[in-house]
Write a protein that binds this ligand. Structure first.
Ligand code: NAD
Length: 478
């Protein structure tokens, strides 16, 4: 028998978990439960990650984790359990359906029915940050080919399995040509394997504006971590139902399902909370473990309950709602509706018979990599680019010359504009002279010369060509 791990969490967590499990078992879900403790008590017992080490063994053994919201105690030093779980378990896909329930739940977007699939592990969320000079800090944006392939294939397989018609990719590849450019390129490559699905790409700024204005124009959206983080909250909010949304975090081995809201401590213990968010997470879990028929039965009963106007306080509206209920009665109403379908809202159908095909990533053959130069990043407190140009020229080697200096990406030497504002962080690009080559040893020589000349190099970045094509950005204005 399938075993799943559950955590009842904090605040309203235990109440909404009990209600959710009651509905699942009443509908005929087949699994056994192992409960673990996560959240506030565990944090306050001195465990800064909010989970005991032995609980990981249970999560990893069962592979499927249904988690109620937790309270992260105020004050420093406590790490987000969600972020830790995603990273430890390699949960690369965050899946968040945002569906409006018009006219039963208030929304400006009655036709909205989209799913945001957000990359969950990479991008600026790798948390690699450094202060480099008095004035400049950096955060590394890491995008990998396996990361892009996994999330984009997931999005297309998800669309196919759920009979969705279109996948839209959001990036900012007009600016970030390498990182977002890779995501877009992989989208085009993998998309070609799904001829029956419509594909489109939007620049994220105008795409986000379009989504906020006309969400019904979208079906499945796949995007990078940061954009997905922001957009999925916008989408849930404009669907009119933050308290009704669930999400799935999917990895190659394990998966975690939850509500998107928090532990609402002020509502705890009063039989008030709406269990729908966690229930929506649980429906995704049932689909994930192959119990699609049970998932479908629950979802249709839940839609019917909303349609019948049986509402918890958070969505209750005079004139629209029929009966204000608490957590337990709401669950009971869903159970009474099992086997029924909504008549105004669209019933769901999960039994497409299409199984998601998610092959493990296999490493591609190595490409031909050639060193083409080096960027030395220098902490220098002057303001005149010609002055630092003269200093850096002293570092040159017989085969390697200074070709460019930028400040925050903008070319300031040679031929910079005096109007360009400069910080104390300068990128100085060295490349081989015409007809010459550069070797790794030359980088060490440049650094030695920097020490001799009293130049404060804070980092180096090697410039490479892959398969003969330069794979580094030019200076803006170069
Ligand atoms: P929250 O989502 O808990 O509450 C926001 C508002 O929505 C409150 O007014 C609350 O009463 C209401 N609400 C939320 N869920 C509801 C439900 N199911 N039914 C009825 N009303 C509901 O956000 P918050 O108040 O900012 O955070 C409270 C705690 O939750 C914090 O400790 C935060 O760190 C934590 N949190 C946890 C998670 C998680 O575990 N995934 C996510 C977000 C916040």
């Amino acid at each position: 028998m399938q075993r799943i791990t559950i955590a009842k969490g904090d605040g309203i967590g235990p109440e909404i978990m009990d209600a959710t499990l009651k509905i699942l078992f009443a509908a005929g879900a087949k699994f056994e439960v192992d409960e673990i403790e996560v959240g506030e008590k565990v944090y306050l017992a001195g465990n800064t990650s909010g989970i005991a080490p032995e609980s990981w063994d249970i999560i990893r053994r069962n592979k499927v984790f249904l988690k109620a919201p937790i309270t992260t105690p105020q004050g420093g030093g406590y790490k987000s359990l969600n972020v830790t779980t995603r990273k430890f378990l390699g949960l690369y896909a965050n899946v968040r359906p945002c569906i409006s329930l018009h006219p039963f739940v208030d929304t400006k977007h009655p036709q909205m029915d989209l799913v945001i699939i957000r990359e969950n592990e990479e991008d600026l969320y790798a948390g690699i940050e450094h202060q480099q000079t008095d004035e400049v800090v950096q955060c590394l944006k890491l995008i990998s080919k396996p990361g892009c392939e996994k999330i984009i294939r997931y999005a297309f397989e998800f669309a196919r399995s759920q009979n969705r018609k279109k996948v839209t990719c959001f990036t900012k590849d007009n600016i970030m040509k390498q990182t977002d450019g890779l995501f877009h390129q992989v989208f085009d490559e993998i998309g070609a394997e799904y001829p029956e699905i419509e594909k489109e790409h939007w620049i994220v700024d105008i795409g986000a504006a379009k989504m906020a204005d006309t969400p019904e124009a979208f079906d499945v959206i796949v995007t990078l971590n940061l954009y997905g983080d922001v957009l999925s909250d916008v989408a849930a909010q404009i669907a009119g139902s933050v308290g009704l949304a669930g999400s799935a975090n999917i990895g190659e081995e394990c998966a975690m399902f939850e509500a998107i809201h928090g532990s609402a401590p002020r509502r705890a213990g009063q039989d008030l909370a709406n269990p729908s968010g966690l229930l929506q997470g649980a429906v995704m879990m049932l689909n994930h473990i192959g119990q699609n028929d049970v998932a479908e039965k629950i979802q249709n009963a839940w839609l019917k309950t909303i349609e019948d106007g049986i509402h918890t306080y958070d969505i209750y509206k005079e004139g629209v709602s029929k009966k204000k209920v608490g957590t337990k009665d709401f669950a009971q109403a869903v159970i009474s509706n099992l086997g029924q379908k909504p008549s105004v809202l669209k019933p769901v159908q999960y039994n497409s018979g299409k199984v998601m095909n998610l092959p493990k990533y296999t490493r591609k053959p190595a490409r031909n990599k050639e060193l083409k130069g080096v960027d030395l990043f220098v902490h220098w407190r002057g303001t005149n680019a010609n002055e630092i140009g003269a200093i850096m020229k002293k570092l040159e080697l017989p085969n390697v010359e200074l070709t460019m200096i930028t400040n925050r990406g903008i070319k300031v030497w040679p031929d910079g504009f005096p109007e360009t504002f400069c910080t104390d962080h300068w990128r100085c690009r060295f490349k081989p002279k015409k007809g010459a080559q550069i070797q790794k040893e030359n980088i060490v020589e440049l650094l030695n010369n920097a020490i001799k000349e009293g130049v404060d190099v804070v980092k180096t970045e090697n410039l490479y060509a892959f398969d003969g094509k330069d794979a580094f950005s030019l200076g803006q204005g170069q």
